[in-house]
Write a protein that binds this ligand. Sequence first.
Ligand code: C5P
Length: 397
Amino acid sequence: MKGKRILIGITGGIAAYKIAFLIRLLKKQGAEVKCIMTPASSDFIPPLTIATLSENPAYVDFWNKQNGQWTNHVDLGLWPDVFIIAPLTANTLAKLANGYCDNLLTATYLSAKCPVIVSPAMDLDMYAHETTNNNLNKLASYGVHIMPAEVGELASGLVGKGRMVEPESIVKYLTDFFVTQKQFDAKTILITAGPTYEYIDPVRFIGNFSSGKMGYAIADEFLKRGAKVILITGPTNQTLVHPNLEVVSVVTAEEMFEFVRSRWVEANVGVFSAAVADYRPEQMETSKIKKKDDKITINLVKNPDILAWAGKNKTKDQFLVGFALETNNALEYGKNKLKLKNLNAIVINSLADPGAGFAADTNKISILSEDEQLLDFDLKSKADVAVDIVNFINTKQ
Ligand code: C5P
């Protein structure tokens, strides 16, 4: 944090008073801090407090009414290593999402060249509103980093999701951010995610319960660390938007294979988390199968093993990670797969572990690497599991 230039944008939410603590924590760690305040935020915390703690003027207006001096939003936007807007109200969020620049803070956002992090804070119903959600997604698609609001007591007296992340956690986020921000700069990561659907006829398919959550979480984590990500995904409800993300949507294993084959050469790292169907119906009926016989037989033929193909066609500079989801003997099967498919590492999870597996929000993994080192991790959210997986890959780069 030492010597980092941090620009804090403060908007008019009750959590604005906590920014005093945030400034103190950042200054203690040796950061330089400047603050821009929206006019409404000064109802919650006086500019004098902010100026005193940050040891810089509190920038509120475009120009000083006493001496006519102009505050240059372009200079302010070029100054910081990071611009963090906290608390971010629904109002300023809507302005940022739509390019409004009616105050110094919103104008500086448009001029800023550095990474932008936002920490939304609002009442639970406002936070849950689809408009807010869409606006946050819009910011994410511009590459803005979002620190999701937390669950807790709100100023309205209600309890729910909408609390600003505490200053200590913001400092931790920033510290991690500076460490990891450029780890995968100029690296391309190819990720497969989700299930594949194998057509029986135009309206039916053979599929599996994969939600795609794990693969999307891994993609998100790589994007946060500066990577370019090609995400080849089967049908899922997951959404992810980012300027460095290319999403290729497929349905069948053969389609997934086709795209992996044409894009693998671009990748420095491959993480194959898709639950690819091992078999597909030998032929897809061209019209809907009618209900008539008591019994019908569908012949299945083997799908291409996409991961094995990538392993076979891997250069010594490419790093390939596969997944093994097993119901029993997970480690044993994982070891075999690692060798058989020529992988650098395999993420093993067992459906026998409570909280692990397809539709869950949590997962419990072990990572086995080609040098036979085994790392065991606790049960965690899939986002935190993604952090562990990307940390591991980073140690191998
Ligand atoms: O052999 P198994 O299907 O258990 O291996 C799982 C791993 O192989 C996962 O990483 C999965 O994404 C990948 N896989 C694949 N193509 C297949 C089957 C599995 O890429 N046809």
